[in-house]
Design a protein around this ligand. Structure first.
Ligand code: MN
Length: 230
């Protein structure tokens, strides 16, 4: 169900004493994107069974959770209920929207034609900020290996320092510098690898490099590096 929010119209020349007209503007629901390839397209590095479950069940659940959180927050505001349950709803929103975003990036960060090494401006930035692709890969693999519980390894653009950083994301939403924009993410939740790699998470992280879509990562860097904060 689509939510609506009331928004003041922008009217040049509107006199202050005129009543503010509220109009309802539909807010689009979050939607599950299609996988950009077939379930089996990343085999043998990632099994079709994992991709189908991961996309159709897990990612879909984050999309549904994001929409539910938005709806319930709107209801709470409408009722003027700003008590403790609101904090839980805000956390749910952060969790599910972040899960939705990260999974969408994850699918696009991989390709059946992936692998190889970064090139061009991406390679230059990785060299300058992370000491080269070998360091980037080793740090991301170490992040995956050391996730306690559920999390992600991420390569992000940090707009304040204007640099690339590698970091761990706890669950889907914690442990990133504010304003950081992820351009390459590696899911380290057990659902991402366990059916195929069992307890050998390190092999899953190494296999990821065979399907990583550096072209997509480079395009994302191009897009986000013009962002400046504050
Ligand atoms: Mn996942």
């Amino acid at each position: 169900m689509a939510c609506v929010r009331k928004r003041r119209p922008f009217g040049a020349g509107r006199l202050p004493e005129q009543p503010v007209i509220l109009e309802e503007t539909p807010v689009p629901d979050y939607t599950l994107p299609d996988l950009p390839y077939d379930y089996a397209a990343l085999e043998p590095h990632l099994s079709a069974q994992i991709l189908e479950l991961h996309h159709d069940k897990h990612h879909a659940a984050y999309v549904a959770g994001a929409n539910t959180a938005i709806e319930k927050l709107a209801e709470a505001r409408d009722k003027g209920e700003f008590g403790p349950p609101l904090t839980g709803l805000e956390k749910n929103l952060a969790f599910h929207v972040s899960g939705h975003l990260l999974h969408t990036l994850y699918w696009m960060n991989m390709s059946p034609e992936g692998g190889g090494e970064p090139s061009g401006d991406l390679a230059s930035a990785v060299d300058e900020h992370l000491g080269g692709a070998a360091g980037l890969k080793a740090q991301m693999e170490a992040v995956v290996a050391t996730v306690q519980g559920s999390g992600w390894a991420a390569l992000s653009w940090e707009p304040l320092g204007q640099r690339l950083v590698v970091h761990q994301i706890l669950d889907h939403q914690d442990n990133a510098a504010a304003g950081s924009l992820p351009i390459l993410v590696l899911d380290a939740w057990e659902h991402a690898f366990y059916l195929q790699y069992k307890n050998v998470k390190a092999d899953y992280a190494k296999a990821f490099w065979n399907v990583v879509n550096w072209t997509d990562v480079a395009a994302r860097l191009e897009k986000v590096r013009s962002v400046t904060l504050p």
